[in-house]
Write a protein that binds this ligand. Structure first.
Ligand SMILES: *[C@@H]1O[C@H](CO)[C@@H](O)[C@H](O)[C@H]1NC(C)=O
Ligand SMILES: *[C@@H]1O[C@H](CO)[C@@H](O)[C@H](O)[C@H]1NC(C)=O
Ligand SMILES: *[C@@H]1O[C@H](CO)[C@@H](O)[C@H](O)[C@H]1NC(C)=O
Ligand SMILES: *[C@@H]1O[C@H](CO)[C@@H](O)[C@H](O)[C@H]1NC(C)=O
Ligand SMILES: *[C@@H]1O[C@H](CO)[C@@H](O)[C@H](O)[C@H]1NC(C)=O
Ligand SMILES: *[C@@H]1O[C@H](CO)[C@@H](O)[C@H](O)[C@H]1NC(C)=O
Length: 342
């Protein structure tokens, strides 16, 4: 997803960057004369003096950050280490720290750097060589991106004081279910969690009830715990595609919750269609082993106000064709959904 609503030069830059990552959050850089205190390797536009742009210039180190900088861009360099002291003049000011696409390892982050940042709101640390998360003490952290690293653990309680943490992206790491047990407890405003492309055997435990989006595609998930979704009354989008789900791992009614709008169970090993709630609108089941279709998966009761709101249903790459579809479906599937069989 790459929305672009910035001037032409920035569009060109964004298009290049968007090849692998969404840089939509970057304030428009109007490059011009630099502010007086700027580090010589970087640009600090006079029109936006609280930002320092040090991205894409083959830097091997994090430069000393001058007083007054709140937004620091260091993505697309060759940074391997963060030396003590570089943030000393901005520990209570720095709000955004963007370190994506470098080569930083945990052992090369000295004490007295990120562990001193008390006002950080966004930490973007994707495409690096981290094996453990680096979490600043700031209670104001609202967005944490650490995708495409080598994380093998995420200790419990690290985020427990982050009352405003809303988005967490951890896709493409080496996290197991045990490694993230309790990791997300206490983040009472967490809305979106992406743990796709890891090594989970089950959906993450202990996630806060505020969650609206949970993506866990490309893991090794075989089952969903009974009542898992009952603890997530706000969950609207759930993706568990490309896992190892089998019918016996889907307890009766586990997806039958009224909040869910989209459910992606594609590329698994299901033989039958799980029961869903009548409010669900999008159901992806392509590339499973489904060999029968039963209307009771969609509607247990049919009445004037009781029918399935399904709008899209994918059943392609299964062992069913339109001839397997019950002829009397129109009272149940009253929204006349698009159903894809091949
Ligand atoms: C850091 O702050 C000190 C004290 O205010 C100041 O003398 C020094 O020039 C600052 N350094 C930078 C890089 O801003
Ligand atoms: C970071 O990881 C990449 C890819 O695995 C590797 O080529 C590179 O040498 C690593 N860099 C460091 C500093 O560990
Ligand atoms: C959390 O966000 C609210 C609303 O934006 C803000 O008033 C509050 O100060 C934030 N809390 C912290 C610890 O930053
Ligand atoms: C879903 O749960 C409701 C109760 O919330 C129940 O009335 C309904 O029959 C269930 N639907 C299916 C398809 O199991
Ligand atoms: C029938 O629809 C009403 C209103 O949408 C809902 O409250 C009720 O739970 C539904 N009954 C069943 C059995 O699904
Ligand atoms: C596919 O369905 C047909 C008829 O519904 C059945 O005879 C066949 O065994 C099924 N194949 C698989 C692999 O389940």
């Amino acid at each position: 997803m790459c929305t672009l609503h910035v001037p032409l030069l920035a569009i060109l830059v964004s298009v290049a960057l968007c090849q692998y990552y969404d840089y939509d959050y970057q304030p428009v850089s109007v490059l011009g004369p630099s502010g007086p205190n700027c580090h010589q390797e970087c640009d600090c536009p006079v029109t936006f003096p609280s930002a320092m742009y040090c991205d894409s210039r083959k830097l091997k180190f994090v430069p000393v950050v001058p007083t007054g900088i709140k937004y620091l861009y260091l993505q697309n360099n060759q940074i391997e280490e963060i030396k003590a002291g570089v943030f000393d003049n901005v520990t209570a000011e720095l709000r955004w720290l963007v370190l994506d696409n470098n080569q930083i390892t945990n052992g090369k982050i000295e004490k007295g750097t990120i562990d001193k940042l008390s006002a950080l709101e966004k930490l973007f640390f994707s495409y690096n060589n981290l094996t453990e998360p680096i979490i600043p003490p700031s209670k104001s952290l609202d967005e944490l991106k650490m995708m495409h690293n080598k994380l093998t653990k995420f200790p419990s309680g690290l985020l427990s004081d982050k009352e405003n943490l809303t988005f967490i992206s951890l896709q493409h790491n080496h996290l197991t279910s045990e490694a993230i047990a309790g990791a997300f407890k206490g983040s009472k405003k967490l809305m979106s969690l992406d743990v796709s492309h890891n090594k989970l055997k089950k959906l993450p435990a202990g996630v806060p009830s505020s969650l609206e989006i949970l993506y866990a595609d490309y893991n090794d998930i075989e089952s969903v715990g009974t009542g898992y979704l009952n603890k997530l009354p706000s969950l609207q989008y759930l993706r568990i595609s490309h896992n190892k789900l089998v019918d016996s791992g889907i307890p009766s009614g586990v997806f039958n919750v009224s909040s869910l709008v989209e459910l992606d169970l594609s590329f698994n090993k299901l033989k039958s269609i799980p029961e869903i709630h009548e409010q669900l609108e999008q159901l992806y089941l392509q590339a499973n082993e489904i060999n029968k279709i039963d209307l009771s998966s969609f509607c247990k009761y049919i009445g004037p106000s009781n029918y399935s709101h399904l709008k899209h249903l994918r059943l392609d790459a299964n062992n069913v064709t339109s001839s397997n579809f019950p002829v009397d479906y129109s009272q149940c599937l009253r929204q006349n959904p698009d159903i894809m069989f091949e």
